[in-house]
Design a protein. Structure first.
Length: 268
């Protein structure tokens, strides 16, 4: 990959004759040698693992696989050991997996068929197999915290994010109860600690009227929890917004995130 020899030697020295022991009940086992893996807690380890998987990917010749997105061919997405492969059809997907595994085995990394899933967008899907074992087909799967669906719909992800935001809101109940914290500060805390949970990955959402309604409803639920208003009180949304001196802003916040994301990735 073009790294200078002195840098390679320096990194090799970190992994030469490594030893470790296990501490249990304030006692240590005898030392043993570490022959595989990267060092836990070392800031260099994620980069080394990324280089490791990059070399495997290069040996697979990934350019012959993938799908066209905006005039650019994308064959894979990788973050640490989370890898997503893209293929136009079942035959290409099977070949891609076989070649990637072959390159990985040469570097002591083997693909686990049981932990591998595939999502097919379209009709007339056929099974994808690896080493005579069918890979499980799923309708949705989670990648880096976001739910992806074979329908291309974001409803599952939106619902999941709303659920996580509500849980975070409940976890912070002691803050909402605290009368020494001003209302404006509570709103800022909510937007910082709760809205960010709900809108994670929202840059990739395609928001339809149904999702807009869910998001607006979730925003008012959060405001009600902040004010600790019971549903029995039959308060209107408008009266709650007036008490908070707020407007509905969550949907616009999400749209702004989408615009900022697009702007950041546009060619300048």
């Amino acid at each position: 990959m073009g790294f200078p020899p002195h840098l390679i030697v320096m990194i090799q020295s970190l992994y030469t004759n490594q030893e470790a022991s296990i501490r249990w009940n304030n006692q240590h086992t005898e030392s043993f040698k570490i022959l595989k893996g990267v060092r836990q807690g070392c800031i260099l380890s994620p980069h080394l693992f990324s280089l490791y998987t990059e070399q495997i990917t290069r040996e697979t010749d990934v350019d012959q696989y993938g799908i066209e997105v905006g005039g650019r061919k994308i064959s894979n997405l990788r973050y640490a050991d989370d890898t997503a492969l893209f293929a136009k059809n079942h035959e290409e997907a099977s070949k891609f997996i076989e070649e990637l595994n072959k390159a990985g085995v040469s570097k002591s990394l083997k693909l686990n068929a049981k932990k591998t899933k595939y999502l097919y967008i379209g009709k007339n899907h056929q099974p994808i197999s690896f080493e005579e074992e069918n890979i499980e087909k799923v309708n949705t799967f989670k990648y880096l915290g976001s739910l992806k669906a074979d329908s291309g719909d974001n409803t599952n992800d939106v619902n999941a994010r709303i659920g996580m935001a509500k849980k975070r809101m409940q976890d912070l109940v002691n803050i909402w109860k605290d009368k020494t914290i001003t209302l404006q500060l509570k709103i800022k805390i909510m937007k910082t600690l709760v809205w960010t949970v709900m809108t994670y990955g929202a840059e990739g959402w395609t928001i339809k009227k149904k999702q807009e309604k869910k998001i607006n409803s979730a925003e008012m639920w959060l405001y009600r929890r902040l004010l600790r208003i019971s549903w029995r009180e039959r308060r209107t949304d408008q009266s709650i917004l007036e008490e908070l001196n707020e407007e509905r802003k969550l949907l616009n916040y999400i749209k702004k995130k989408k615009i900022n994301f697009l702007w950041a990735h546009m060619p300048k």
